[in-house]
Write a protein that binds this ligand. Structure first.
Ligand SMILES: *Cc1c(COP(=O)(O)O)cnc(C)c1O
Length: 391
């Protein structure tokens, strides 16, 4: 059976680079900034792109190449580039294409720093944007202008867990010749593959579920080969490359992504059901709860509901703070997608730089708590959350 036909888990494990002459079983780490050439002509040809070869780790490295090949196989994408953080991937995935005068049609529910790029950096460079409701792609067409070049969305969104219909978004992008750029961080390729629906660019924070253990920062941009050519040019000359050490770790982490996501999602579904019944909780958001307004869509485009549960306490922001302070097992930290369960208060942390109106329209109410379910035994997490809700 050819590698192409291998299943997701097998690709994540067996998609490693060719062995060196030492015949190592596990991928070695290539901590070298540059690579040596046999002769001047081969070096010139490699620089010219007429010979294959690795030149310098800002452009590529065996470890980043392996990571990218694996993620492309998992996402069903043609090519990619690995970056030092998720935000470097988000930024490069947009900046490589946009120029002064261009317009971006973006989901209103985006990661806090993505909002900052659109609102406070691109605005300096003459790139405009319009925010639209991710839950209503049908309304997006009316916002498309002659200078619209890209559609940017995140599904499910951080932290409100709003979904965008990828099939509808893909159709619209194709009809108007726009680049569809999807932040697939919350779902991971195990739960959904936006390339299937026509996304030209898929970006990831490798920091989250991909590493899964809270150790390294990393980012990925994968997608259609001709788009990745532009991304590669942009990144080669601006330098956001991922370190080989982090690439090695992330590639190893992918070997267990499927297993981990199964457990994260099972824990999250159980937690969501528990919170929904809890008298101190006003509202729970989880894509695979039938009460999620986009439950049908979630079932259609996601394999499982993901590892994040968002909920609103009846007591608002004050109760939210008391809850976080009373937790004994869950960590109070800003990361997510870790083996350890994490609780955060988005309004005062990740999304604190937004205006009140921007926050509310992005679904971030003052009492919203985001839980990233870890891999601990669910009984221990439920007990911790229950005692903190009673506090
Ligand atoms: C965390 C996150 C990012 C940014 O990733 P970093 O690795 O922290 O730079 C981008 N998008 C989403 C949805 C995220 O959760």
């Amino acid at each position: 059976m050819s590698e192409e036909n291998h299943k997701f888990e097998t690709r994540a494990i067996r998609g490693q680079m060719e062995r060196t002459p030492y015949q190592e079983h596990s991928t070695p780490m290539f901590l070298t900034s540059s690579f040596v050439f046999e002769n001047a002509e081969l070096m010139a040809d490699t620089f010219a792109g007429t010979a294959d070869g690795i030149i310098y780790s800002r452009y590529s490295n065996p470890n980043t190449d392996e990571l990218i090949r694996k993620v492309c196989a998992m996402e069903g994408a043609e090519d990619g580039f690995a970056t030092a953080s998720g935000m470097a991937a988000v930024f490069a995935g947009m900046a490589a294409f946009l120029r002064a005068g261009d317009h971006v049609l973006a989901s209103r529910a985006l990661f806090g720093s993505t909002h900052q790029i659109l609102g406070n950096l691109f605005s300096r460079w003459g790139i405009t944007h319009t925010y639209a409701d991710p839950a209503d792609i049908g309304q997006w067409e009316q916002h498309i202008r002659p200078n619209t070049r890209m559609m940017v969305l995140e599904t499910p969104s951080n932290p409100g867990l709003a979904l965008a219909d990828l099939e509808a978004a893909g159709r619209l992008a194709e009809q108007y010749g726009l680049i569809l750029n999807v932040d697939n961080c919350f779902a991971t390729p195990y739960l959904q593959q936006p390339a299937q629906y026509g996304a030209g660019l898929i970006v990831h924070s490798g920091t989250k579920w991909m590493d899964g253990q809270g150790r390294v920062l990393g980012g990925l941009i994968v997608g259609r080969a001709e788009l990745i050519e532009e991304v590669r040019f942009f990144c080669r000359h601006t330098g956001p490359a991922l370190s080989p050490f982090n690439a090695w770790l992330l590639s190893k982490s992918l070997e267990t992504l499927a297993l981990r996501m199964e457990r994260h999602c099972a824990n999250a579904l159980q937690m969501a059901g528990f919170l929904e019944q809890h008298p101190a909780v006003a509202r729970v958001s989880y894509p695979f709860l039938p009460t999620h307004p986009q439950y049908e869509l979630a079932r259609r485009q996601m394999k499982l509901g993901g590892g994040i549960v968002a909920f609103e306490l009846k007591g608002g922001a004050e109760a939210g703070k008391r809850f976080l302070d009373a937790l004994k097992v869950c960590s109070l930290t800003s990361n997510l997608g870790d083996s350890r369960t994490i609780a955060t208060h988005p309004a005062s942390t990740t999304h604190s730089k937004l205006t009140d109106v921007e926050r509310l329209t992005a679904g971030i109410t003052p009492g919203l708590v985001r839980l990233s379910l870890g891999l601990e035994h669910i009984d221990d997490i439920l007990q911790d959350v229950d005692q903190a809700l009673r506090a």
